[in-house]
Each structure stands twice: as C-alpha cells, then as structure tokens.
Design a protein. Structure first.
Ligand SMILES: NC(=O)c1ccc[n+]([C@@H]2O[C@H](COP(=O)([O-])OP(=O)(O)OC[C@H]3O[C@@H](n4cnc5c(N)ncnc54)[C@H](O)[C@@H]3O)[C@@H](O)[C@H]2O)c1
Length: 253
C-alpha cells in the first residue's frame, strides 16, 4: 500500500540503475512518487525500468551539462514537474598521492563533483518556481580521509560544501528548495562488492573494513534509501544545508 509520503511528487535519481539509486527509486515509487532514473549505463537502466513497474528511465551522463538539460526536460515533459533530485551517480577509483594517475583524478572529479554541480544547477532551474528537495550523495569519505582514496576524498569533501552553498543560496532567494548531503559508510552495492572483488585478499579486506564500523556490518542500500526518502519528503521541511551521517557509528569514534 502506498502511504503517500511522496504522493504527488516527481523525483529524478542520477545513477539510479544500480545500488543506492535503484533502492531509492523503488522506495520512492512505493511511497507514491513518480520516479525517473538517469544513468549512463543504458542496458542496466532499461533493465531496471523493465523489472520495476512504474519506473521511467532516461539517458544521463552526469558529466555533461547538455545531457542534464535533455534528461531534466524529458522528465518535466513526461511528469510536468520535478520536486526532487537525488545526485547519486558516483565512482570510486583508489589511489594515493603518489600512485593516482591524472586520468583517475580527473574522471573522479568529473563524475562526482562536476556531475553534482550540473545536477544542482538544473534542479534549481526546474524547481525554483514551486520548491523542492535536492539530495547529494557524499560519503563518510567526505568527512574523514583514507590513505588511498585521494580523488574520492577530495570529491566527496567538495560535495559536502557545495551542498551547503546551494542550500544557503536557495534559502536566501526563498525558493523553497532544500539541499542536503548524505554520508554513508560501506553499503552493500556493486561499488562495494567490486572493491572487495578487486582486492588481493577480499575476505581480509572485508574484515578490515568492517572492523571500522561499530555496528559490524555494511549498510543495506534500502537503509540509505530510507534516509533519502525522508529528505525528499515534507517531513524534513526544516532541514537544509545538513550533512546526514549514516555510518553504523564509524565517525562517532
Ligand atoms: N557503496 C558504498 O559503500 C558507498 C558508500 C558511501 C557513499 N556511496 C556513494 O553512493 C552513491 C551510489 O553508490 P552505489 O554504491 O550505489 O554505486 P553503484 O556503482 O552501485 O551505482 C552507481 C551508478 O552510477 C552510475 N554512473 C556512473 N557514472 C555515471 C555518469 N557519468 N552518469 C550517470 N550515471 C553514472 C553507474 O552506471 C551506476 O548505475 C555514489 O555517489 C557513491 O559514491 C557509496
């Protein structure tokens, strides 16, 4: 049964063909929203739309301003408006200050930072007449560093403060648009699984990673989706510019 927490709202989720984005799409649909997922992986996006009744897929490469414009226009044409944007698309390429290549640095900033910048700009344009909610996926890696996460740390730290600037601008303009960041630790998605699989000893890495989490397990994508759902809904009407940590106690230590 739809309980209507997002009834009447239309939400666009970048990187929504997989992981946290797809879980958020499914939760938002169950709570009464019209939902479009945008992704650069067209096969995965079309499969998600086929397998999830009511889900609409749009092609979106978050690194391209023109692609954002087309995707947002397509969603507005189909559903008449956009009330929520989840800037969820992201990549994680490992490397430290001595080993990271120029290409991995630039690709990370293109997707994780430029993508969120363009997304926020188009969302403000689409929502400034009636208000809405922007949710940006940062990470605990936007709050604390890791020796081999140079590009990812820098990108997720940028998302944290980019979010606050957008929130303050929209408040000053009285657009009724809120903007918040979400900071998960390890979440059991393809990103996490692929990182483990690429390690020399995946089980050892898994044990080491989870030793940092007081609750002793990775989050499920659905648990992050529930927090995003709250931020998209009117229940969070007084929450803007906030950094919502969801990390099983990791950064409390
Ligand atoms: N999984 C974790 O442990 C974890 C922890 C903290 C934060 N996060 C963040 O949460 C977000 C989602 O992560 P996930 O674990 O669900 O990852 P995922 O790899 O399962 O999904 C990411 C999606 O983004 C899409 N994508 C990548 N580049 C894109 C582009 N240029 N344009 C459009 N789509 C693009 C991919 O095709 C994929 O569908 C990311 O921003 C990630 O950094 C993940």
């Amino acid at each position: 049964m739809r309980d209507g927490r997002l009834a009447g709202k239309t939400v666009l989720i970048s990187g929504g063909a997989s992981g946290i984005g797809l879980a958020t799409a499914q939760r938002a649909l169950a709570h009464g929203a019209h939902v479009a997922v945008g992704d650069v992986d067209v096969a995965a996006g079309e499969r998600a739309a086929r397998e999830t009744p009511g889900l609409h897929f749009v092609r979106l490469d978050v690194t391209s301003d023109a692609s954002w414009r087309d995707a947002v226009d397509e969603v507005r044409t189909r559903f008449r408006r956009i009330d929520g944007l989840v800037n969820n698309a992201g990549i994680m390429l490992l490397g430290d200050i001595e080993s990271l290549s120029d290409d991995d640095w630039q690709r990370t900033q293109r997707v994780n930072v430029d993508g969120v910048f363009y997304g926020c700009r188009h969302a403000v344009r689409a929502m400034r007449d009636h208000g809405g909610s922007i949710v940006n996926l940062s990470s605990v890696s936007g709050l604390i560093g890791g020796h081999n996460m140079l590009a990812y740390n820098a990108s997720k730290g940028a998302v944290r403060l980019l979010t606050k600037s957008v929130a303050l601008h929209c408040a000053r303009k009285q657009y009724g648009i809120r903007c918040n960041s979400v900071h998960p630790t390890f979440v059991d998605t393809p990103m996490y699984q692929n990182t483990l699989a690429a390690a020399r000893d995946p089980e050892r890495l898994r044990t080491n990673l989870l030793a940092q989490v007081p609750l002793g397990r990775p989050a499920e994508a659905r648990e992050i989706a529930d927090l995003i759902l709250y931020l998209l809904s009117d229940e969070s009407a007084f929450v803007t510019g906030a950094e919502m940590v969801i990390d099983g106690g990791m950064t409390a230590q």
